[in-house]
Structures are given as structure tokens and as C-alpha cells.
Write a protein that binds this ligand. Structure first.
Ligand code: FAD
Ligand code: EPU
Length: 341
């Protein structure tokens, strides 16, 4: 059933209060097609602007949405294939991401544990190739099924087809707004290959008193670290990192380090360095800044927050000022990670 003039406040983790002209949920291809066709019907066969919504944890809504918002509720977790070393697990796009991670862990399937506690739904995970603590979904991604809005047909995508990059995929670039992802399949390992080299995982495992490594222990360590750093959207509106960590050349990094000896950067292949945008923003003086209800988080400067009644425009304006200020101080241009709607 399609509702009209629905507030989206509870459907986005920033807690921004804008309205959708039309709103419906869908739970499979058939209910998706029904909702689309109903609105195509009133628009003379044409598709009106359509926004596919998962958990709303990576969007900033800057105005009312004058079109159709379709909230994905496709459920189901199934093993579709198994061999001696791997299990291929398919999840409906509406399955909560962390529930899927816990499901895999409880079945002793390895590969997702470093991605514990990332908010949102499985269907959005390929959109920006979600990543954390040294793992990205491209490392475990097998394929997905998506519905092409214009051609009205299902298309399968392999790992290569998705053109994954750092917080990037083909769905954010050349195929933007063309597909609805319905399910995603992951290739999980029966024999874990532990990945604990990133950040504070090892330290946290030690603090937890872990002597025998397991995917359960890694998941709990990641959960503990995340809870100590990142604001909980149920307490304060946010969408995680608002900007990407910028990549620069080794030469640029060395030049910057002459003037800013404390600059934080990580070596990438091909003489590139990934800068910690949180450090740049903090050094530019924004950490803990608040204007009205829009702010920069006091413990993690990369996260912009809504203290209550900020508008999407308030947050967007703040982000523009931060970009200009970081550019002025360091000559580095930050790119937004969050999808601006
Ligand atoms: P939404 O916000 O609903 O949608 C995001 C985009 O994908 C939108 O453009 C939407 O139209 C599109 N979309 C969603 N579902 C579909 C679909 N089925 N088909 C087609 N298009 C679709 N991200 C990380 O990568 N790593 C992190 O560590 C991380 N930490 C976070 C911590 C916090 C506290 C928060 C709030 C966010 C964090 N994020 C992180 C960002 C976010 O959780 C992920 O990007 C997540 O995958 C978004 O899922 P979602 O279902 O909420 O997507
Ligand atoms: N830092 C500061 N000040 C700050 C924040 C960070 O100086 O206010 C510096 C510190 O030196 C710190 C370093 O930045 O050691 C890195 O910070 P952190 O470990 O918190 O990670 P991040 O680079 O800020 C990235 C991802 C997160 C992901 C974590 C863990 C991006 C844009 N963000 O954050 O993803 O969870 O690493 O892997 O790549 C997200 O995408 O929404 C997200 C939360």
C-alpha cells in the first residue's frame, strides 16, 4: 500500500524531518513491481523520482522528497551452495547487516566478523562497499541480484561487475539510481583467516583477556572499539563518517608532514597515502563544534551530528564549511561519503 506525505524522520539515522510525497515498503520483487507500476500508472507510464531506502544510515535528506520512497524489507538468509572450504550465504536486501554478521558467526562462518555492528541493511552493503577494521565486503562478496527500474528485469552482478573501490561501487557511479538490489550472496570461510592487524583490535583482544583467537572474540573486540568511539544514532543523530579519508601521493604527504609533523596517514600500494580525515578536521578546530543543532562530534571529528532538530541543510552547510576550512589549512579537498538526497 502506498501512503502519502509521510515523515521520514524515523527512517534516517540523522533523524532529519522531511516528508516523502509517496511511501511504500516492499518485501520481494512482486511487491516492488506493484508499487512501481502503481506510480508509473499515475505518471503516464513514466517513473517518478524514486528513492530506495534501507536503514537510512548513510543518507542526508536535505529537502522533502517529491517522489516515491520505497523501503526495502526483503527478508531471508539461505545457504545456496557449499564446498569443502566455503559456504555461499544469500541474504535478502532487507536483512539487518549486523544480524547477518551474527548469523554467520553463530554458524562458524568466517569473513564478516570485522564488519560487526555496522548499521543498515544488507542491500546497501555493496553500494559503498562497506568496510571497517581491515575488511571490505568486496573481500567476501560473491554476487547480487538487482531489479533494473527502466528495463523492468532482474540482473545478476558478479564481484567484478560491481567495480568496488574504497567506499565506492558501480551503483554510486555509472549505474546510480538505476537498480534496486534484492539479495546479496557472500562467500564465507569454513576455516577462519583471522584479520587482527588493523587499529586497536589486538590491544582490545588483550584487554578482553582472549588467549585463543576466534571469530566471536574478534567480533566482540570490534563491537567494543566501535561503541567506545562512534555515537549511537539512537542517542544522537548521525550517519557514521561524513567524509572519506582522502588519498594523496607520498610526495604530497612528505610536504604536508614538514609543516604538520603529527599528520596521520597510512601507506597504500602505488606510493599513495590515506590521510585520517578526522585528524585534519580536528586540527582545523571543528571537533566538538556546534551551531544550533548541527555539530561535529566531540569524540570523532569525522562524524557530523544532529543534536535534535537540525535540518539537512544545516548539516550540509556545516560540511561545506569544514571542506573549505580543511582545504585552506592543508590544501586537501575532502569528499563527502554520505549520500546527499
Ligand atoms: P541507506 O542509508 O538506507 O542507503 C544508502 C544508499 O544506498 C542510498 O543512496 C540508498 O538509496 C541506496 N540503497 C539502499 N538500499 C538499496 C537497495 N536495496 N538497492 C539500491 N539502492 C539502495 N559504513 C561503513 O562502510 N563502515 C563503517 O564502519 C560504518 N560505520 C557506521 C557507523 C554509524 C554509527 C553509522 C550511523 C553509519 C556507519 N556506516 C558505516 C555507514 C552505513 O552504515 C553503511 O553505509 C550502510 O551500508 C548503509 O546501509 P543502509 O541500509 O542504512 O543504507
Ligand atoms: N583521528 C583524530 N581525530 C578524530 C578522529 C580520528 O585525530 O577526531 C585520527 C586518529 O589518529 C585515529 C585515526 O584518525 O587513529 C583514525 O580514526 P578511526 O580509527 O576512528 O577511523 P577513521 O579513519 O576515522 C574509518 C572509517 C570508518 C571505520 C573505521 C574503522 C572512513 C571514512 N571511515 O574511520 O567507517 O569504521 O575507519 O575501520 O573510511 C563509515 O564509513 O561511516 C565509518 C564509520
Amino acid at each position: 500500500m502506498i501512503s502519502e506525505n509521510i515523515s521520514l524522520r524515523k527512517f534516517n539515522t540523522f533523524g532529519i524531518d522531511v516528508n516523502a510525497r509517496y511511501f511504500s515498503t516492499f518485501s520481494d520483487e512482486a511487491t516492488l513491481v506493484t508499487a512501481l507500476d502503481e506510480k508509473r500508472g499515475v505518471a503516464g507510464g513514466k517513473l517518478m523520482p524514486t528513492l530506495i531506502l534501507g536503514g537510512g544510515s548513510n543518507i542526508l535528506l536535505t529537502k522533502d522528497f517529491n517522489g516515491l520512497v520505497l523501503k526495502n524489507e526483503v527478508q531471508g538468509i539461505n545457504i545456496i551452495h557449499e564446498d569443502t572450504t566455503h559456504v555461499y550465504l544469500r541474504a535478502g536486501a532487507g536483512v539487518n547487516w549486523h544480524s547477518l554478521v551474527l548469523h554467520a558467526i553463530s554458524h562458524n562462518l568466517a569473513g564478516m566478523e570485522n564488519l560487526s555492528l555496522i548499521p543498515g541493511n544488507t542491500g546497501a552493503s555493496p553500494m559503498q562497499n562497506i568496510g571497517a577494521y581491515g575488511v571490505e565486503i568486496k573481500d567476501i562478496f560473491q554476487g547480487l541480484t538487482a531489479y533494473h527500474l527502466a528495463d523492468k528485469k532482474l540482473v545478476s552482478f558478479s564481484n567484478n561487475d560491481c567495480e568496488f573501490g574504497y567506499r565506492e561501487s558501480v551503483f554510486k557511479r555509472k549505474l546510480k539510481d538505476q537498480f534496486v538490489i534484492l539479495d546479496v550472496t557472500f562467500r564465507l570461510n569454513k576455516n577462519p583467516e583471522y584479520n587482527i592487524s588493523y587499529g586497536a583490535i589486538e590491544q582490545e583482544l588483550e584487554a578482553m583477556g582472549i588467549e585463543t583467537l576466534s571469530i566471536q572474540a574478534i567480533s566482540q573486540a570490534v563491537i567494543n572499539i566501535r561503541q567506545s568511539k562512534l555515537p549511537n544514532p539512537t542517542e544522537i543523530g548521525n550517519a557514521g563518517s561524513f567524509f572519506k579519508n582522502p588519498e594523496i601521493t607520498k610526495l604530497q604527504f612528505d610536504q604536508l608532514r614538514e609543516h604538520h609533523p603529527g599528520i596521520v596517514g597510512y601507506q597504500l600500494p602505488h606510493e599513495k597515502i590515506k590521510l585520517a580525515a578526522g585528524w585534519l578536521i580536528e586540527q582545523a578546530g571543528w571537533k566538538g563544534y556546534r551551531r544550533g543543532d548541527a555539530g561535529c562530534h566531540a569524540r570523532q571529528a569525522l562524524v557530523l551530528v544532529n543534536h535534535g532538530n537540525a535540518t539537512g541543510k544545516d548539516i550540509y552547510t556545516l560540511s561545506t564549511e569544514i571542506i573549505a576550512s580543511v582545504k585552506g589549512k592543508f590544501g586537501v579537498t575532502l569528499q563527502r561519503e554520505v549520500n546527499i538526497i
